[in-house]
Ligand binder design. Structure first.
Ligand SMILES: Nc1ncnc2c1ncn2[C@@H]1O[C@H](COP(=O)(O)OP(=O)(O)OP(=O)(O)O)[C@@H](O)[C@H]1O
Length: 312
């Protein structure tokens, strides 16, 4: 038998979605490969939820192509629903339903569900099974929503801001669960505005801003110009003339004042470079504060591309 032709779990090309005069998504492309994790990363209002809701079949696209497990989510919703798990933003349970009732209700709709009691335990909710939805904490509501998304053993899950409002322990639990899903071959499309979440979980990160993709790639592709390249940052008084510092550094290294009083030295940062920078500061009679050496983060990438911080 010939092998099944490979097709991505989700393919979006040229997606446009408007709300009246507001264009929320403006020509967005992405591909989620089967069995991998894709993070849509961007600030509030970037168009992440709208993109996911179109992929889930909850909203019709105004233009562009969307294929989910090879199907059109808007037209083929009945065929897709049994194969896809959805964790919407902000929970959405009936206030009076008990946690275990809600999960068993969703499980009853699936052909081959996971054991709801086991799933509640995995998600640390076994102690609140008899608690009504409205009395759960925000983080518990989120975890119950995640349980509902997973109980039907989906091939693909959409997680919209899955760790919003969670404490660090619950966040870790969700991260481990996403890693376990990936190991089981489940495809995951999640949204986040937390760059550490995207860096920790995703094979592929799509950075969106104002409804458009501003960059995409694996976390290491996005954050590294080259494997050994790092950044040295420090704060000092604004407006320093850095030309003498640039002249003292090895060829090819750059120095910029990224925002007032924040300096960035780019290139191969070794101990000699750190010494050159601190000596130059001493010569200027300047105290370099918050001096750090680190790899570029996704936050830096976003700042460079848009001139704004991700957590805006
Ligand atoms: N139902 C709606 N009607 C009108 N405008 C909307 C609607 N939903 C979203 N928008 C607007 O569309 C833009 C994109 O919103 P969207 O929720 O998709 O972004 P997001 O990246 O998911 O942000 P957040 O992280 O805050 O949820 C925003 O400007 C938002 O105000």
């Amino acid at each position: 038998m010939s092998p099944k032709p490979h097709r991505p779990a989700v393919e979006v090309s040229g997606l446009v979605k408007r709300y009246g005069a507001k264009t929320a998504v403006n020509g967005l492309d992405l591909v989620l490969e089967q069995g991998s994790v894709l993070a849509l990363l961007g600030p509030n209002g970037a168009g992440k939820t709208t993109t996911v809701e179109v992929c889930e079949g909850f909203r019709a696209a105004d233009a562009g192509q969307v294929r989910v497990l090879g199907l059109d989510p808007w037209r083929d919703g009945d065929r897709l629903r049994p194969r896809v798990g959805v964790m919407p933003q902000g929970g959405g349970g009936y206030p009076g339903i008990r946690a275990d009732e809600m999960l068993r209700l969703v499980a009853a709709c699936a052909a081959n569900p996971l054991d709801p009691a086991w799933l509640l335990e995995v998600l640390g909710l076994d102690g609140v099974g008899r608690t009504t939805y409205k009395r759960l904490s925000g983080g518990q509501q989120q975890r119950l929503s995640l349980a509902c998304a997973l109980v039907g053993r989906p091939e693909l899950v959409f997680l919209d801001e899955p760790t919003a409002g969670m404490d660090p322990q619950a966040r870790r639990l969700v991260w481990d669960l996403v890693a376990a899903l990936r190991a089981d071959g489940v495809s995951v499309l999640l949204t986040t505005h937390l760059m550490d979440e995207a860096e920790a979980l995703a094979d592929h990160v799509v950075i969106v801003d104002s409804g458009q993709v501003v960059a995409q790639g694996s976390p290491s592709e996005l954050t590294a110009h080259s494997a050994d390249e790092q950044q040295l940052r420090f704060r000092a008084k604004p407006g320093l003339d850095t030309s003498l510092l640039i002249a003292a550094l090895p060829e090819g290294m750059g120095v910029r004042e990224t925002v007032r009083g924040a300096y960035l030295v780019e290139g191969k940062v070794d101990p000699q470079v750190v010494s050159t920078v601190t000596s130059w500061c001493a010569q200027q009679g300047v105290l370099a504060e918050e001096l750090t050496v680190a790899k570029r983060s996704l936050e830096d990438v976003f700042l460079e591309l848009t001139g704004r911080e991700l957590r805006s």
